[in-house]
Design a protein around this ligand. Structure first.
Ligand code: ZN
Length: 175
C-alpha cells in the first residue's frame, strides 16, 4: 500500500541539495517512492511533486496537470513520473505566471519561465522519451526540474513585490 509521505518545508536542507541521478529505475525502492509520491501529490492537491520534497534527493518528479482557474487550458492528464529528466532546448520567449509550492505554503509568486521546452526523461517502465512541453506543462516541468537542482520558485521571482499570500492570490484569481 502506498503511503502519503511528509513534505519537506522550506528551510529543510534537502530542498537545497542537488539530486542524484537514478541508476536503476526498476529498483523496488524507486518504484515504491513513485507510488508514494503519486498518492502524496494527489492528497496535497498538487500539480507536481519532486522527490527532494519528500526527503529523497533523487532526480525524479511527478507532473499531475489539470485545468485550474489560472490555466483553464491546462491538460487533464494521468499523473506521470519523470526520471532523470533533462532539458534539451528552451524557447527564447518567457512568460510570467503565478506559482506556488507544496514546500512553501501560503505564498504565491510571479515566475518567468520559458514558454516551450524540449525534454528527455525515463518513464517508470524504463523507456526513454523525448517530448515538447508548452505553457502550463512547461511551467510545471521547469518548477520541478528546479527542485532536483536545489532551486525553489522564490529564487526566480524578480521582485519581492511579485509575491502575494495565498489568500490574496485566490482573491486575485477570483476577480
Ligand atoms: Zn515546488
Amino acid at each position: 500500500m502506498p503511503v502519503i509521505r511528509q513534505i519537506a518545508q522550506l528551510g529543510q536542507p534537502v530542498l537545497r541539495q542537488v539530486a542524484e541521478t537514478i541508476a536503476d529505475q526498476a529498483d523496488s525502492a524507486v518504484q515504491t517512492l513513485i507510488d508514494d509520491m503519486l498518492v502524496t501529490v494527489a492528497d496535497a492537491n498538487g500539480v507536481g511533486l519532486a522527490a527532494p520534497q519528500v526527503y529523497e534527493p533523487l532526480a525524479l518528479f511527478i507532473i499531475a496537470s489539470r485545468p485550474n482557474p489560472r490555466y483553464p487550458q491546462a491538460p487533464q492528464m494521468e499523473p506521470t513520473a519523470l526520471i532523470n529528466p533533462e532539458i534539451l532546448w528552451m524557447s527564447d520567449d518567457k512568460e510570467k505566471g503565478w506559482e506556488g509550492c507544496l514546500s512553501i505554503p501560503g505564498l504565491r509568486g510571479l515566475v518567468p519561465r520559458h514558454r516551450r521546452i524540449g525534454v528527455r526523461y525515463l518513464t517508470r517502465a524504463g523507456e526513454s522519451r523525448e517530448e515538447e512541453f508548452s505553457d502550463f506543462l512547461a511551467r510545471i516541468f521547469q518548477h520541478e526540474f528546479d527542485h532536483i537542482r536545489g532551486v525553489v520558485f522564490l529564487d526566480r521571482v524578480e521582485s519581492t513585490r511579485e509575491l502575494v499570500t495565498e489568500k490574496e492570490y485566490l482573491r486575485l484569481a477570483a476577480g
